[in-house]
Design a protein around this ligand. Structure first.
Ligand code: 1CP
Length: 347
């Protein structure tokens, strides 16, 4: 895609380094249970994975927040745990309990994972991407995504969500060779999965490293930075102009190394990162995204207004993309999202 087309989409312009008076805005987890129309749509499927793999439903879920709020980017409706499923691991989403995977324990479990035919098994996701790409408004960009290898491997070993992923970290430290093999498999799967999304029409891809923040420095270098750099390098070789957003949630003081060493195009900042500090230590031309406390969005009113204005003021003169520091919480009143869009656009 050429730069003239980029400039028609404010989100792509910001990723190309353009400083705008009104930053583009989208929200992580902008689709989902806080929207009544999502709950209605979700009721049509038997399970969450079934929902992700039915393009007619996933296309509609992707478009719902765009129709309602006119955001600058749509994010493919899917989940990071479709990749372990496509590698042959048993993955279930139990109502009200979150994901359950049959955990990997040892080398034999890792060796049973199967990369062959991965993109065929995930082909409904790519049909969703192309369906969304052909129905978006001209100014709205389309984001594809995957979980980053550490975060995906952490779920594969732990078997479910966790506050600290002690089981996954212990596996990595106690069986380093096996864990590196697992990271290699997930890294290859991620490159194939993101490439197929780009070929189907994704204009940007984001890597969610939601659990980067539980790692010590040495683990962060090997399990977060190295696989992310491998993915960035491989994607650039295949799709030279594709922007890649890295979101290493909780990386804190390791953000400058992540920005410098991975080769991502833009950096997602979680809620805890002091924005002033990040803007001081990161390269001035690196686009940044995020940081608003999702709880300010739930509460609305003055909390939302103050949080939004602080970010807008601090980020002046820099290429920024307005977003939250993590996903939209389920208890968010949809009117607060509309209010946030108005605040950012100066209405
Ligand atoms: O039935 C439902 O509606 C289930 C809730 C739900 C939704 C709406 C899950 C289960 N996943 C999703 C969609 C989803 N997941 C998107 C869609 C696009 C969007 O609107 O943003 C995306 C980008 C994700 C990514 C994802 N899944 C992440 C990374 C981002 C983050 O939140 O940190 C993670 C960690 C997951 C795993 C996952 N999937 C679902 C849940 C409840 C979880 C978290 C499990 C846990 O750790 O407890």
């Amino acid at each position: 895609m050429n730069s003239a087309l980029h400039s028609e989409k404010p989100f792509l312009a910001a990723l190309a380094g353009k400083v705008a008076t009104t930053p583009p805005i989208w929200l992580m987890r902008q689709a989902g249970r806080y929207l009544p129309e999502y709950k209605k749509l979700r009721a049509q499927s038997t399970g969450f994975l079934d929902f992700c793999f039915r393009p007619e439903l996933a296309i509609e879920a992707t478009l719902q927040p765009i129709r309602r709020f006119g955001l600058d980017a749509a994010i493919l409706f899917s989940d990071i745990l479709t990749v372990p499923w496509a590698l042959g691991q048993k993955v279930e989403f139990l109502e009200g309990e979150g994901p359950k995977l049959e955990p990997l324990f040892d080398r034999d479990d890792v060796d049973r994972l199967n990369l062959e035919g991965l993109t065929e098994r995930l082909s409904p996701v790519y049909r969703t991407v192309s369906g969304v790409a052909s129905s978006l408004p001209a100014k709205t960009a389309l984001i594809g995504f995957a979980g980053a290898p550490w975060t995906v491997a952490a779920y594969m070993v732990e078997g479910h969500g966790s506050r600290d992923f002690i089981v996954a970290k212990s596996f990595g430290l106690a069986q380093p060779k096996t864990f590196e093999r697992l990271l290699e498999i997930v890294t290859t799967a991620t490159i194939e999965h993101l490439s197929a999304q780009i070929e189907a029409g994704a204009e940007v891809v984001q890597l969610f490293d939601s659990w980067a923040g539980v790692l010590a420095e040495a683990e962060f270098l090997h399990w977060v930075i190295e696989p992310t750099r491998t993915i960035a390098t491989a994607l650039r070789a295949r799709h030279p102009s594709i922007p890649l957003i890295g979101f290493p949630r909780g990386a804190g003081g390791l953000l400058p190394s992540y920005a410098r060493e991975t080769g991502v195009t833009a950096l997602g900042l979680d809620t805890q990162v002091p924005l002033g500090w990040a803007l001081d230590v990161l390269p001035g031309n690196l686009p940044v995204q995020g940081n608003l406390d999702p709880v300010a969005l739930v509460v609305g009113g003055k909390a939302l207004e103050d949080g939004t204005r602080t970010i807008l003021a601090r980020a002046k003169g820099r290429p920024v993309i307005f977003n939250l520091g993590h996903g939209v919480p389920q208890t968010t009143p949809p009117e607060h999202v509309a209010e946030l869009v108005r605040l950012v656009r100066g209405g």
